[in-house]
Design a protein around this ligand. Sequence first.
Ligand code: PGA
Length: 262
Amino acid sequence: MRRKFIAGNWKMHMGPKSASLYIKQFVKELNNRKTLEDALNAGTIAAALFVPSISLTSAQAAKGNCKFIVGAENVHSEKKGAFTGEISVPMLLEADTFYVIIGHSERRRIFMESDDLINKKILNATGNGLTVIFCIGETLSERESGMTYDVLKNQLRNGLASVGKGSIDAGKIIIAYEPVWAIGTGVSASTADAEKACKYIRAEFAKMFTPSAADNELILYGGSVKPENSREILNCDNIDGVLAGGASLEVDSFVKILEAAL
Ligand code: PGA
């Protein structure tokens, strides 16, 4: 059963104190909105905030029993070892964190993460108890040269290589279609283009796994999502939710995006 999944990605914003203040305010706003709170409790809508690793424990503490997800923005591909500065899956689990973003275009472009590394991270994360938000998307030059669908197909197939084998479950992966040119630019993809890409991703997913896995697969859109455009995006047949960056940094706008999913 698909549900609406509304996620925020804080990126490199909000240390432990600011995270705690935000989350407390967020909980208060949810408590004041019965319909939204009921939808979260019933699981028809899921809300998730992906926060910097240093803020995970304070965010989890501030959340209390409120029903939304606090997730991580990154995880290493190995379970443990001499990797100064890195965070492992067991460390996230110890911080009661069960969701992580992998393959974000900023990690691909700025930190040179390859499809191969992303695949290793996905296999390690999903094989050890995490659910992954797996981001894919084309750059502007790829779009302009008509390569959008080839890029999506390659990123999907390479990133999800070996998924479905052993303990690796496709059901533990949520896909986020994030055209790189729409991230942080204020220019979101047109609803028609976003729907077309997500429909294509679902069809590819059906070929890679099964039609019923594809029917149940959650596919999100990300890239300049704001309160003003979220309702239209969320009304698309093949878009189950959104991944918002800038608009998730203010409680008010994140709550408005959540309300658009009602
Ligand atoms: P944006 O970021 O909403 O600020 O464009 C989205 C993302 O990077 O996930």
